[in-house]
Design a protein around this ligand. Structure first.
Ligand code: DOR
Length: 435
């Protein structure tokens, strides 16, 4: 049989473990593993000394289009994604206009199709006004489901009260994602912000604001028996609560909460400012234990670009957010090399996890019939991350100058090469993820 592509001699990391295997690809799908005798491929790619992972799915990014494209747009954000080995992203609704209705979602899907370099889905923001339409909005083509900000962050999306949350949660069919910080507590503590000092950010948006909100959220999810996904968990204090609600709640952590700590405010200032905040190092260590115990389901970058000029405003006028979609894989491979998680656990967090909790069709596994999405990495290669390498329009990273071991060699999406050795390999051909 004549087929499109064989990936030869790579170490495939998937549900079977880690083994030297060949992969046959035809018409965008994986059609076979191991025994290639029946195939004659138009192209054979030698992946000797490389690891082939299922395509990395980043289920939390902010790409700022429409409305805030001086920070990022769907093209620049997705270019950063494929350069960093990410094959699909779920993008957040706090754009201008916000993605809170069918028209705004359709507009994003139209803008993204064959203009984004990776595959995509878009969250629809839950508000005080659209709860009656939730079951329609979460199931539209290109919808990753509903996202709710319970604490305010960049933009105006906010449902801070229990009644508003109950209206949304009671209507859910799919799992919905939540930014869990208690807005009432944030308002009451605003006096804790110290002008010009970003290290006061985690004192203002304190541990209790996150814990209290997650407790409220879990109580409501339990009342209505609905499935929720709690984004970017940042505190040790939320972990036991989440562990008690494994029947309903899934858990995301971010590379920055696993890598950076409050000790870095002195060095990075407002560049480290993020919601929820990067906190004292014992929280970081607790998040690592949650990775090791299996409590964490997915890693998301929460790529939230703002320009350097915006970040240079004195705290608290400075916006919260940092880039992350391009550095997710190298930063985490460095942790793999340092022995903090296995490569298989990484794949569980970035491919199998998103596939399972969001019910993604045909992605997230290296298995017959699945989309041929691959993140091909060189675990031995050492590189220094620099701002110059960053493809985001905001063009900076908190990891500028950081040396890592583990680098992305190539990105395949639906059988087509999107990036190889740091070069874009094709025009944009991104399409909507299906659920
Ligand atoms: O720090 C953050 N920035 N956290 C969020 O939840 C939103 C994001 C943004 O959009 O800038």
């Amino acid at each position: 049989m004549n087929i499109d592509l064989i990936l030869k001699n790579g170490t495939v990391v998937n549900q079977d473990g880690e083994h030297l295997r060949d992969i046959a690809v035809h018409q965008g799908r994986i059609i076979g593993l191991d025994d290639m005798t029946a195939y004659k491929a138009a192209e054979v790619l030698d992946c000797r000394n490389l690891h082939i992972l299922p395509g990395v799915i980043d289920s939390q990014v902010h790409f700022r289009e429409p409305g805030l494209i001086h920070k990022e747009d769907l093209e620049t954000g997705s270019r950063a994604a494929v350069m960093g080995g990410v094959t699909a992203v779920f993008e957040m609704p706090n754009t201008k206009p916000e993605t809170t209705n069918a028209e705004a979602l359709a507009d994003k899907v139209a803008r993204a199709t064959h203009r984004m370099f990776c595959d995509f889905a878009f969250y629809v923001g839950g508000t005080h006004h659209n709860s009656e339409q939730i079951s329609t909005l979460e199931n539209l083509p290109g919808s990753a489901g509903i996202k709710v900000f319970i604490g305010s962050s960049t933009g105006d999306l906010l449902v801070e009260d229990d009644t508003g949350l109950e209206n949304i949660i009671s209507h859910l069919g799919r799992r919905a994602a939540f930014h869990s910080e208690d807005e009432f507590r944030l308002r009451a503590r605003v006096g804790h912000q110290i002008a010009g000092d970003a290290s006061s950010h985690p004192i203002w948006r304190d541990v209790e604001a996150a814990r209290l909100c997650t407790e409220r959220l879990l109580r409501i999810a339990k009342k209505y028996q609905k499935r929720i996904h709690v984004l970017h968990i940042s505190t040790a204090d939320e972990l036991p609560l989440l562990a008690e609600h494994r029947d309903l709640a899934t858990v995301e952590v971010t590379p920055h909460h696993l890598t950076l700590s409050a000790d870095d405010y002195a060095r990075l200032g407002t560049k480290l400012q993020m919601n929820p905040p990067v906190r004292a190092s014992h929280h970081r260590e607790a998040l690592w234990r949650a990775i090791q115990s299996g409590l964490v389901d997915v890693l998301g970058s929460d790529h939230a670009p703002h320009t350097l000029e915006e970040k240079a405003k004195p705290y608290p006028q400075s916006p919260s957010g940092m880039t992350g979609v391009q550095t997710l894989v190298p930063i985490m491979l460095d942790h793999v090399n340092k022995g903090r998680l296995t490569l298989q656990r990484f794949v569980d967090l970035t491919s199998h996890g998103p596939q399972r909790i969001f019910n993604i069709k045909n992605k997230g596994r290296i298995a017959e019939g699945y989309d041929a999405d691959f993140t091909i990495v060189d675990l031995k290669r050492s590189e220094t991350i620099t701002n110059k390498w960053i493809q985001s329009r905001s063009a900076w990273t908190p990891y500028d100058g950081v040396k890592v071991q583990g680098w992305v060699t190539g990105t395949f999406i639906r059988g087509r090469l999107a990036m190889w050795q740091g070069e874009l390999a094709a025009k944009a051909f991104g399409e909507a993820v299906r659920f």
